[in-house]
Design a protein around this ligand. Structure first.
Ligand code: SAM
Ligand code: SF4
Length: 431
């Protein structure tokens, strides 16, 4: 008899893709996916612990699920992802109704865990994860995430990822290449290469070498990647990004702060000046390239002067968009133990100042695209308007335009008619 699984994903693209891979494994065990936790035989919460907020969301969801388990004793509950790795057995103590605990370095064991062949907890360090193939069940039919490396060695002082996802290990380029060839054969047009720091990818080739190899895969029209670490953005990588036609003109390059003192205390390994030089090089070699970033406000010891340096950097660099977060002390990280923690009110105030400055820049940049013709990869119907299709520019901006009879996965030319804060409106030029 078939079984059903409900997966709730918290956090980043890496987690979203881990959920696709968990579904790939469970499919082989005879499971079907459901969007309704009430109907599921198995519920998986794929968790994130990068910030406290994501952690709180998980614990409230876990509380809600308890009542389902009370009603249906045969329901199985699994906690996966970064909180599973970090808390391990403590989750059983806090929530005895949880059946399995699965860390991100052990997702290939999910099948064995749910079928009782091993278990009930799999959180060992496992750099060998990069050497095996894990099936994926992707829901999107046009764009696909492809993991190229696991873990992180950077130990930014605020970040929990090196503790939950372990040391850096890269997949062999031939395995990545085969996965991309297979995706192309199944009609995928765009791939996004995933890693905490893709610039330090290193197996039988480096990251620029990997991009050059994937560029030759027929059928794939666009290659994207996240995330790049500024300290590892080399001249060779800039050349590969700018020379390879399929590599899209967008780099997500987290700055985190405009203050050198804070960058040092974050252990980021670059100064604001180094960063600005790299952005100038990218813009010189690829005019119109889009650059997005992450900013943390209210890091321990951040003075008003440091904060103003971040505001100054935002105004000077003019990012296409940013994700900004209040500093969240993560247990076990160096910066959580720093003496000079700031009050929540200051962190929030600085966050809204950062967002106000950036929103104005993003809106202005989007407006400046009005009247231009952009290549859009059609991803499907718009989520907010049934009469519209949606897709992205090569620079990763969302464009909505009136529905016409074209297939998902088509590359079309669209004239931008309106630049909004979070998206663009357009009209189709030609098929
Ligand atoms: N590996 C990527 C990098 O180095 O940029 C990012 C990984 S992290 C999951 C994504 C973003 O979350 C970071 O760029 C940072 O801005 C933010 N972040 C990480 N730890 C944080 C913390 N303790 N408090 C607030 N924001 C945090
Ligand atoms: Fe975290 Fe820094 Fe590694 Fe990114 S590079 S995952 S921010 S430790």
């Amino acid at each position: 008899m078939s079984k059903t699984v409900y997966i709730r994903t918290f956090g980043c693209q890496m987690n979203a893709h881990d959920s696709e891979r968990m579904m790939g494994i469970l499919q082989e065990e005879g499971y079907f996916q459901t969007g309704n936790p009430d109907q599921a035989d198995l519920i998986i919460l794929n968790t994130c612990s990068v910030r406290q907020k994501a952690e709180q969301k998980f614990y409230s969801e876990l509380g809600r699920i308890k009542s389902l388990k009370k009603r249906r004793g045969d329901l199985k509950i699994a906690v996966a992802g970064c909180i599973a790795q970090q808390e391990g057995k403590k989750i059983f103590r806090r929530a005895p109704y949880v059946d399995f605990i699965l860390g991100p370095q052990n997702i290939q064991k999910l099948g064995d865990l749910v079928s009782g062949r091993v278990g009930p907890i799999a959180i060992e360090d496992n750099p060998a994860i990069a050497l095996g193939d894990i099936p994926s069940r992707r829901t999107n039919r046009v764009t696909a995430w492809v993991t190229i490396m696991y873990g992180c060695n950077n130990f930014c002082s605020y970040c929990i990822v090196p503790y939950t996802r372990g040391r850096e290990s890269s997949r062999p380029s031939k395995d990545i290449h085969s996965e991309v060839v297979d995706l192309a054969g199944r009609g995928y047009k765009e791939i996004t290469l995933l890693g905490q720091n893709v610039n330090s990818y290193s197996s039988d080739t480096d990251f620029p070498g990997l991009l050059r190899r994937l560029e030759r895969v027929g059928g794939i029209e666009r290659i994207r990647f996240v995330t790049s670490h500024p300290k590892d953005l080399s001249q060779e990588l800039v050349s590969a990004i700018c020379e390879l036609p399929k590599v899209c003109e967008h780099v997500h390059l987290p700055l985190q702060s405009g203050s050198n003192n804070i960058l040092k205390s974050m252990n980021r390994g670059y100064t604001c000046d180094d960063y600005v030089k790299k952005v100038s090089l990218l813009r010189e070699r690829s005019p119109g390239i889009s650059i997005t970033s992450d900013i943390i406000t209210g890091f321990p010891g951040e003075t008003e002067g440091d904060h103003l340096l971040t505001i100054k950097a935002l105004k000077e660099i003019e990012f296409d968009g940013i994700f900004a977060f209040k500093f969240s002390p993560r247990p076990g990280t160096t910066s959580a133990q720093m003496q000079s923690q700031l009050a929540e009110g200051i962190k929030s105030e600085r966050l809204s100042e950062v967002l106000d400055v950036q929103n104005e820049i993003t809106a202005r940049k989007n407006k400046s695209l009005e009247g231009t013709i952009q290549e859009i990869l059609v991803e499907g119907g718009s989520g907010t308007d049934k009469e519209k299709l949606t897709g992205r520019t090569r620079t990763n901006k969302i464009v909505n335009f009136p529905k016409v009879d074209i297939e998902k996965g088509a590359l079309v030319k669209v004239e931008i008619t309106k630049g909004r804060q979070h998206s663009l409106e357009g009209k189709l030029q030609e098929k």
